[in-house]
Design a protein around this ligand. Sequence first.
Ligand code: MG
Ligand code: MG
Length: 249
Amino acid sequence: MVTRKSDAQIALMRRAGRVVAEMHAASIDLIRPGITTADIDRLCRTVLERRSARSNFLGYHGFPAVACISVNDEVVHGIPGPRVLRDGDIVSIDCGAIIEGWHADAAVTVAVGAISSADQVLLDVTKAALDASIEQCVAGRTLGDIGAASMAIVKTAGFDYLREYTGHGIGTAMHEPPDVPNYGKAGRGMRLQVGHVIAIEPMVTAGRADVMTLDDDWTVVTADGSRAAHFEHTVAITDDGPEILTASS
Ligand code: MG
Ligand code: MG
């Protein structure tokens, strides 16, 4: 069942969202050639502790970290560890926080040092796809409108997008109904109402979107080795249109 959140519940999700935004801002400040993906995870843990927030990633189906960190051809669900980031890498940080039982979830893909113009376009297009979907988060529009807006931008740019993984409702659990695909037909699917809160998260590949999971049972990589980007926000449908709960204050 898709639930509608009260203003008070959305206020708690906004607090959780601000923590996630702080985790991302701190990570972006830290990221440079020579650091490890474990360094980013450690920093995210300190932000959670400072804000007395819990992690919704740590222990999720046994996940061992507070952030999924995915580099280059890794699309999502990368496990932080000793990997050293190098000049020209792109790195996705997907993380979340819980405040008083209410969840937020967001992702960003960041350049390490100087990246190629092709990689910069991949990042810009994926971010634009997310922004276009967020614009559709208005009561009366549909999940199809959200997916169609994202898909149009990705296709026009000549990139591809994952079908196997989608955005999702979010609230007292990180993953609630409905699924929020990054594709669709305008006007189709569930109609959005004030109080719905969803996480929208386009996953875009420079090559084909065929993916496989590595032997660690987590890391999703492109089958053709092409690079991928992932941007995500937790968004509330309000009387005034979309509110990005994972934006910095
Ligand atoms: Mg998510
Ligand atoms: Mg996420």
